[in-house]
Each structure stands twice: as C-alpha cells, then as structure tokens.
Design a protein around this ligand. Structure first.
Ligand SMILES: C[S@@+](CC[C@H](N)C(=O)[O-])C[C@H]1O[C@@H](n2cnc3c(N)ncnc32)[C@H](O)[C@@H]1O
Length: 266
C-alpha cells in the first residue's frame, strides 16, 4: 500500500509524503526511503508520472520567465515544494522570492539552500490561510505589495479540498495585489480529451485520495472559472491549456494532464 503522509517531524521511519515523492521524481536529494519506495511503486504503474513532474517544472520556468518579461520583480511561491532543481530565485536572479510550503522538509531544504542568498525567504505556512501567509515575516517583511507581485500556485491548488473553497482563497490573495501583478496556476485534472490521460489522472487521484495528502481533480470549466469569475483578473492567452502547451504548443511536448493558466490583476 502506498502511504503518503504529512507529519511534522521527519525520521527514516516517516511515511512517504507528496512533496518528497515529487522531489524524488525530479531527481532531488530531499527524500527518504519511504518516499523513494512510494515513488517507484507509482512509477511502475504510471511511468509517465515522471514526465508530468518534469513538464510541470518546465512550465514553472517558462511562466517565471514570462513574469520577468512583464516587469515583475517579486514572487510569492505558494506550495513551492522541495527546492530540487530550477527554483524561482535561480530562474529570476535579482528578484525577491518568498517561498511558502506546509511541508517541513520542503521548508528546511529551502532554508539550507538559501543560507546567505539575499532577498529570498522560506516560510512554513498553509496556503489555505491567506491572512496568515500574507502576514508572515518571510512574506510581509520581504515583498512590497505596493508593487506588482507574481503569485505562483504551481501544482499546489489540487491539494486544496472542495470544502476549503479555493475561489475564496484565491480572491484573498488577489485582493492583496496591485494591478500588473500576475497569478500563475497549474492544476492536475481528470477532465481530459485523451481517455488514457483521463483514466491515469483518475487513478492517481484515487491513490492520493486514500492517502494523508489527498489531491482533488477539478474539471476544466471549474479551473477556468477560478479566473473567469473574478472581474479583477484578466486571463492571458492562451487561456487554460495543458502545462506542456503553455504558452504555445510544441511538438516535442505531449500533454500530461495538468492544466496551466496565467492571469493579470487589472
Ligand atoms: C507537487 S508539489 C509542487 C511544487 C512546486 N510548486 C512545483 O510545481 O514544482 C506540491 C507542494 O504543495 C505543498 N502543499 C500542499 N498543500 C499545501 C498547503 N495547504 N499549504 C502550503 N503548501 C502546500 C506540498 O507540501 C508540496 O510541496
């Protein structure tokens, strides 16, 4: 049985955790035996999962580069994960970056990596509590919310349960942002044109649902509405597409079942 946990203290006996499984799939070193075992079990059934992780991370890179091109010099990376490869402050050197994650290993890994790096912080907080996140020293003490900020929610919102009202969570972050700020989202979904990808995403969601870090699939329409229903947001082209097809399709990148979109605060 795959056990995916989210405990506050990590030992070798610790159960596997989604953040560290993802780290392993990306080739990182911040994972334990239980994480590697769980990752190998998942990969044995779904070898393409490794590509999902890489395509999502590659989307993060392209989106951060886009934000920099738009003149944004500050990032709030929510559900930032274990700092494996291609972290925001490395993609966008010279910017201010506040990393936030709920998982202690992710936050400790970020702090280890960031020792001595100026204008970058790592905070342990729950992204479902925007008021706490925005008031945290690592966020409020670093980012100037009087200037544009890019809020990144990359492969993180599918861990927010329907009961936690993701639209309200997003609205609270958007309310803190000045026009010209950007919202970057990627979200796994079983609502796919390709039946094989849809089936695989359903299975993954079922595996995760039985774990301690459940993931929730939202339909394409539900994810689009997170942007479209907010008059304070302008969904930028190409609107909601697979991460592999953002900002434009590329024959070398097949869809992986994770949707992506970027919106501007207006
Ligand atoms: C799949 S990883 C994505 C990491 C990174 N954003 C990326 O796309 O490469 C999801 C991360 O979200 C974090 N996470 C899940 N629920 C969270 C919450 N309520 N608050 C903060 N972080 C959360 C997990 O700990 C994990 O590190």
């Amino acid at each position: 049985m795959i056990v995916v946990g989210q405990a506050g203290r990590v030992t070798e006996e610790e159960r596997a955790n989604a953040a560290r499984i993802y780290d392993y799939m990306l080739g990182g070193a911040h994972n334990l035996g239980a994480d590697r075992e769980a990752a190998r079990t998942l990969l044995a059934s779904f070898p393409w999962l490794q590509r999902v992780a890489w395509e999502n991370r590659a989307f993060l890179r392209r989106a951060v580069e886009f934000c920099v091109g738009e003149g944004v010099e500050q990032f709030l990376d929510l559900g930032s994960g274990v700092p494996t490869v291609g972290n925001v402050h490395e993609i966008a050197p010279g910017t201010r970056v506040a990393y936030v994650d709920i998982e202690p290993v992710a936050v400790q890994g970020a702090r280890d990596l960031l020792a001595g790096v100026p204008d970058v912080t790592a905070t342990r907080a729950d992204l479902r509590r925007p008021a706490d996140v925005l008031a945290a020293e690592g966020v409020a003490g670093l980012l100037d919310f009087g200037r544009p900020v890019a809020v990144l929610l990359v492969a993180a919102l599918h861990f927010v349960a329907p009961d936690d009202d993701v639209a309200t969570v997003l609205a609270a972050y958007r309310a803190a942002l000045v026009p010209g700020s950007l919202l970057v989202v990627s979200h796994g979904s079983a609502d796919q044109d390709d039946p094989e990808i849809a089936e695989a995403m359903r299975t993954i969601t079922a595996v995760m649902a039985a774990s301690e870090t459940p993931a929730y699939s939202r339909s394409r329409a539900e994810i689009t509405r997170l942007f479209a229903d907010d008059p304070g947001l302008e969904l930028l082209p190409p609107a909601l597409v697979d991460v592999a097809a953002w900002p434009e399709p590329d024959d070398r990148r097949a869809p992986v079942g994770v949707y992506a979109a970027v919106a501007r605060v207006v």
